[in-house]
Design a protein around this ligand. Structure first.
Ligand code: ACO
Length: 312
């Protein structure tokens, strides 16, 4: 049975780190409020040389190196972002060119906000499953700092920049489960980035309420779709929006003993980059349990959600 599996992870974050104390000199906030309401302690912010494209390229390069895969073997590149730089050419095309993929892989950009990486992973897995590609590079990359309103304390303290990537390869024993995905029509406008370059706006309370009441059921559906039970899952990798969303979700799913990604503490909310960034950082540190089922679940702007179980 043809399917796909993860061959390697990679990530990249800008050098500049913005602390809560620094933020409190920019807007009327403080470390205590940010920590207790969000769990965030620091975030990385893009400098003049960092962009969605440059970070996607670096994360992709690192993932290919980790996987030991040559750029010319990649048949599909998918980049998920809410902050794609240009409408044309695609970010995915720029990544392919910069990484020397002279074979001309299929380039796809997608934008389903914070669940973008899980959508990208699903498209890549399905493409490999049906034989349209043998190797795929899947990236989430964001410069939310570019669309943040740095005078609005209720949103600017949440955002961060960075990129995470995974390389998928074909296998006869599929290690990426079917995607379970969907959207919430009444929350369509709960996250907005309107105009150009856009301003990030969100109804924080409604999103928080949905996450606390509905996310658990959707996360359970992801595990059912994989034909597993919650007991089988060893790693939880949820969208890194807020520790005050992640912790109740972990508790509701009975996950106290699981390995839980909590990179929001260091990186803030990096939207489409948050799940691969958290996984790749844990992998690079040697912390991520290897060869075990991990539950990936993203949710956010749109209001879209998606998840799948993958073997790490
Ligand atoms: N510092 C100090 N005070 C603040 C700050 C701040 N940074 N931000 C807001 N406040 C104040 C508010 O003005 C308000 O004061 P008031 O009571 O005098 O009016 C008070 O704190 C409470 O504000 P709330 O907005 O009610 O705070 P809440 O506890 O709901 O937390 C938060 C806000 C953290 C945004 C929360 O709602 C949340 O996490 N929502 C989910 C966000 C999310 O997950 N987004 C994902 C999608 S993002 C994407 O897709 C890119």
């Amino acid at each position: 049975l043809r399917g796909s599996r993860i061959l390697g992870f990679g990530h990249h974050q800008p050098e500049r780190i913005l602390t809560n104390d620094e933020l409190s000199t920019m807007v009327d906030t403080n470390d205590e409020w940010i920590r207790t309401r969000t769990g965030i302690q620091t975030r990385h912010i893009a400098g003049p040389d960092d962009s969605v494209t440059s970070m996607a390229i670096e994360a992709g390069r690192n993932a290919l190196a980790d996987a030991g895969v040559s750029p010319s073997a990649v048949g599909l590149v998918i980049v998920a972002s809410t902050t794609h730089q240009d409408r044309a050419p695609y970010t995915a095309g720029r990544v392919a060119a910069a990484l020397g993929m002279t074979n001309g892989p299929a380039p796809i950009d997608i934008n389903t906000a914070c669940s973008g990486f899980e959508y990208a992973l699903a498209l890549a897995d399905q493409s490999i499953r049906v034989g349209s590609a043998d190797v795929a590079l899947v990236i989430g990359s964001e410069t939310l700092s570019a669309i943040a309103d740095w005078t609005d304390r209720s949103t600017c303290v949440l955002v961060g920049d960075g990129a995470g990537a995974a390389v998928l390869g074909a296998t006869d024993t599929p290690e990426i489960g079917p995607v379970s995905w969907g959207s919430v029509p009444h929350l369509l406008d709960a996250v907005r980035v309107e105009g150009s370059p856009g301003r990030f706006n969100q109804e924080g309370r409604s999103i928080y309420r949905w996450a606390i009441t509905e996310a658990e059921g959707h996360a359970r559906k992801v595990v059912e779709a994989a034909g597993l039970t919650m007991d089988d899952i060893e790693v939880f990798a949820f969208h890194q929006a807020n520790l005050r969303i992640i912790e109740p979700l972990v508790t509701a799913l009975g996950g106290e003993s699981k390995f839980v990604i909590r990179d929001v503490v260091e990186s803030g909310n990096t939207s489409a980059a948050s799940v691969p960034l958290g996984l790749s950082k844990a992998w690079a540190r040697g912390d991520l349990p290897e060869g075990v089922p991990a539950l990936l679940f993203g949710f956010g702007g749109g209001f879209a959600h998606a998840g799948q179980v993958v073997r790490t």
